[in-house]
Design a protein around this ligand. Sequence first.
Ligand SMILES: Nc1nc2c(c(=O)[nH]1)N[C@H]1C(S)=C(S)[C@@H](COP(=O)(O)OP(=O)(O)OC[C@H]3O[C@@H](n4cnc5c(=O)[nH]c(N)nc54)[C@H](O)[C@@H]3O)O[C@H]1N2
Ligand SMILES: Nc1nc2c(c(=O)[nH]1)N[C@H]1C(S)=C(S)[C@@H](COP(=O)(O)OP(=O)(O)OC[C@H]3O[C@@H](n4cnc5c(=O)[nH]c(N)nc54)[C@H](O)[C@@H]3O)O[C@H]1N2
Ligand code: SF4
Ligand SMILES: [Mo]
Length: 876
Amino acid sequence: MDGSAAPEVRSTCPYCGVGCGVLLRPDGAGGLTVRGDPDHPANRGRLCSKGSALGETVGLERRLLAPLIGGQTADWETALQLVADGFNQAIDQHGPDSVAFYVSGQLLTEDYYIANKLMKGFIGSANIDTNSRLCMASTVAGHRRAFGTDTVPGTYDDIEEADLVVLVGSNLAWCHPVLYQRLLAARKARGTRIVVIDPRRTASCDGADLHLALEPGSDVALFNRLFAEIYEAGAIDAAFLLNTEGFDDTLRQAWCNGVEATGLSPEEVAEFCRLWICTEKVVTIFSQGVNQSTSGTDKVNAIINCHLATGRIGRPGMGPFSVTGQPNAMGGREVGGLANMLACHLELENPDHRAAVRGFWDAPAMPEAAGLKAVDMFRAVADGRIKALWIIHTNPAVTLPEADAVREAIARCPFTVVSDVSATTDTARLADVVLPAAAWGEKDGTVTNSDRTISRQRAILPPPGLARPDWAILAEVGQRMGWRRAFDYQTPAEIFREYAALSGVAGRFGRDFDISGLSDIDDTAYAALPPTRWPVTAARSGGRFFGDGRFFHDDGKARLLPVAPRAPAARTEPRYPFRLNTGRVRDQWHTMTRTGLSPRLSAHLAEPFLEIHPEDALRLGLAPADLAELTSPTGRAILRVRITDAVRPGQVFAPMHWTAETAPSARIDALVAAATDPVSGQPESKAAVVAVAPFRAAWYGFAVSSRELDCTADYWALARTAGGYRAELAGAVPVDDWEAAARALFRLPDAPVTTLLDARRGTARLAFHDGDRLLAALFVAPQPVAVMRDYLATLPGTAAANVLIGRTPADVPDPGPVVCSCFGVGLNTLIEAIETNGLVSVEAVGESLRAGTNCGSCRPEIADLIARVHRREAAE
Ligand SMILES: Nc1nc2c(c(=O)[nH]1)N[C@H]1C(S)=C(S)[C@@H](COP(=O)(O)OP(=O)(O)OC[C@H]3O[C@@H](n4cnc5c(=O)[nH]c(N)nc54)[C@H](O)[C@@H]3O)O[C@H]1N2
Ligand SMILES: Nc1nc2c(c(=O)[nH]1)N[C@H]1C(S)=C(S)[C@@H](COP(=O)(O)OP(=O)(O)OC[C@H]3O[C@@H](n4cnc5c(=O)[nH]c(N)nc54)[C@H](O)[C@@H]3O)O[C@H]1N2
Ligand code: SF4
Ligand SMILES: [Mo]
């Protein structure tokens, strides 16, 4: 097929909550070509590295193509009946609260709506919670306390219209890259100031005017001080305060606390307060450094307090701005995916709201109290209260705190169903029934991004094998459980219309989320629905909230909340002296089930790692590229050390992405204790305590292979490459026969081998060929292996001689690890160009190498590299 002849299809990127529009076209080889949609208001044509690489992740590798029952392929009829019977039996024997759904902010709104309707309206339990509990719950709770509803006041345009943007616990450069690019473009045009508040130096600090490396968890103390300073500077907006309650108590509380807990100098705090107070147009963006905390809800309110007191909310260029993580984190909040909410921002525990929704659904039963929140839900699974569990579009065996205990709980649950696109995820492996879901690119529906813009995802590829969309699977099960009429849907458009009509009911209760203007949208209009910001009613559409001083509490006023600073729940102590911070890297998405399939994205950071300060590394005897062993009260991990002063002494940082599929000793949530925020129930994913020690490896290995490896070493980490795989390995016990070990690793019992063994040095190098073509190679040494990894990774599948030298031929330079994934430009290539051509700007690097000129996600790293090279040159 000639791909270029097919028309482009408009859709939405399935990764972060920026919600970029994409234009897709089949490439004729099972993949897609992808470009940014110039007409989408979120990105206006831009994409980041992950969005640009979407085409590489839609193949059939690792796809589940048919239902599995007990690991055996089954047909839909059998699988769906088994699921319906399994849930009905548990409900009959143990009541509705003996079953639970654990769903995801990556579901489409239509999927989410059906899951919520089935559990809350028909099963009659509120035991449906979502991974948004790990993500947005503190913001939801903070918004509801302050505004009366979970409302994001502003829009993305505010970020461009602001004169000061404060990033609190947000690594926007890597996690919301297109918004960050919009911010940098605005700064160029109007000189926007940027302040980053983060215990760690991140890529987002590169363009910042001020970086406040506060003590983990101490944000409330900082914002309380800001609140007091606002008052003392006379910057209170007295007229706007008439629309609020709680000022006096809030001020009294703010006066009470000092800023010592922040660990910042008085000058730093003063500079921050001065900037904030003197700049009317200020947007405070916050994300997981705020939410994932046992004081997360209080942090949110401490920030909102400052905006309310100054009236800087809901006006152009001003406001608190929670950026959502997942593509439909916002949509999930709207449909009531959380165990304590009903659909359309209605409240489960409000009898009038409950009655209205019950009437609308014609539902047989409605729960009267909130259901189990994520962490408690899995505790209830562990102690046997939950008899049947359905996990949809999320991988909790990796991403919930105390992940080892969660894994055991799921394995022991009497009946577990998992809907996923892959059957090899850590969670799917534990299920009794695995249902093949249609993936992004194969299904239709809507998502809502961080600024309340509803966008369509549109199918462009046929679902492979027997895969079905999540909404259809849920509706089938609902019908088979006995509610034929209530779950008789043929299309997502039908579901959307019903949902929009329900929001009109919510609107009559004075709720913010009202899209009743879309309730009679016909199929054609739904198919063509352009990006649309809610609310959409007869009276208004889109726009900002709260500029008019009207809020959603019964009295119409906002609440200022007095909040007191609290330290993280886990305290460092001699046994666990380090504070473990966790988060994301630029080119991977969560548990890597999709981004991990892309060689381009896997080249940026191919291995899990631990950032540790040079002083700590020295004290512990850790050298660059050594492995460190981490222990916490709940688990252990082995990670490669990256020695850097980006983290402060006593603090370490590790990414969350690696799993039993990719690096089983690097499942970071095994180390994180399940302490939760008392208001939101959100776990403290960023402040565990750990001990760090060198991992005493007897040997280290690096392997490349054209086929998947069978890794069994104490430490291993696997990554995709263009021609196959690369792996890092290490073991505590010496190996006698490296040839036998390598044959097992590569599953090559018979292939001819070339070996280079040095018993005295303890090194071994082995290469397996099929004729001229390299199949696989292994490099072993008693210390971290020094070879040119990025070069070697290109060799499997090619006619490569002299592989065992482990480096490029004399006339070919080693590009080093990829920095720019769009053009595949490596670190060494960049350094060489910066040094020899004296390049001093990211633009100059772009002109010379193209690096950074496409999606721009690597621009902060290139800027950092330029600065480092020139600092080093200046010192020489
Ligand atoms: N590349 C990539 N992008 C993503 C995702 C991904 O997996 N990969 N996931 C998406 C999702 S679901 C989410 S929720 C977002 C998350 O987006 P972010 O919240 O920006 O990302 P994180 O890396 O989790 O954490 C942000 C920062 O919080 C800091 N932090 C830790 N403790 C504290 C503290 O006590 N106070 C403050 N002020 N800061 C602290 C960390 O050092 C970290 O740099 O990203 C979305 N975008
Ligand atoms: N330590 C630590 N832990 C964290 C965090 C942290 O910062 N630190 N962040 C937390 C946050 S903010 C989040 S959002 C979570 C994310 O954590 P998870 O949601 O658990 O991670 P994902 O990898 O996004 O899981 C999505 C799953 O859905 C599958 N899937 C993909 N497409 C489809 C589809 O169309 N249908 C179905 N049914 N399945 C599909 C994927 O294969 C994958 O298994 O992690 C949380 N955990
Ligand atoms: S910023 Fe990147 S990951 Fe996020 S929606 Fe846009 S293209 Fe996708
Ligand atoms: Mo998230």
